[in-house]
Design a protein around this ligand. Sequence first.
Ligand code: DGL
Length: 257
Amino acid sequence: MIVQKTKIIPQKIGVFDSGAGGISVLKSLIHSHNFEEIIYYGDTARVPYGVRSPETIAQYSLEALEFFKSFNLDLLVIACNTVSAYGLKAMQEVAPYPIIGVIEPGVLALKNKLANKDSKILILGTKATIQSKLYSKLLSVEGYHNTFGLATSLFVPIVEEGIFEGAILDSTIAHYFKQYPQTPDAIILGCTHFPLIANSITNFYPKKPLLIHSGEAIMEYLHSSYILKNFNKPAQVKFYASDAVENLEKIANLWLN
Ligand code: DGL
């Protein structure tokens, strides 16, 4: 199928996340060299979203649009899986620019890499993302029915604590993964924080599964749907937060090296 690319050439883009986790997606966008300027906004005053109701997540998501109003964006990337599950539609209805979530690109990335529709797919996410069943619904539209959604909410505070490996993480992984003992063919890292602990996650199983990472998936999606410029250098990033922007910048320094 030939995808008709849209006429917009995104150069100045926004990235929205419930907090600092979206920096894992931001990393892929910066390293692509396809954008001139990126405005990152984390709602650090109200993170985590993943434990909240669908209505509250949608309301917070719409409020984030107010923040981006003055920036004259070409496009907004929703790095947060939870917002992509419950806030994206409401945002797309009112925003004057395109808004892209991470769930659809994640499903397309998996489809491009995994031809066998009987593949065992483990979907990890926050409580809200897993309860939405959006990944499994979109995967079933693509013919994948062997899916299992697992809410692994404790991974979020562990990563926020700067723990990316070791005993605490390994026992948390073992606690959750006993619900899915067979080795999956693919794991969807359906939460901003999970790419940072990808090694520990895959070490649990004897064979390394295919990993779907939101940042890589969104870049793949943008390349297939938009004409992207090459700036030959990383984007200039400005960080904003609803609380303690200095903490966000500290995490950005650590995660972006
Ligand atoms: N950013 C969220 C996500 O990707 C994780 C943190 C939260 O619960 O707000 O789902």
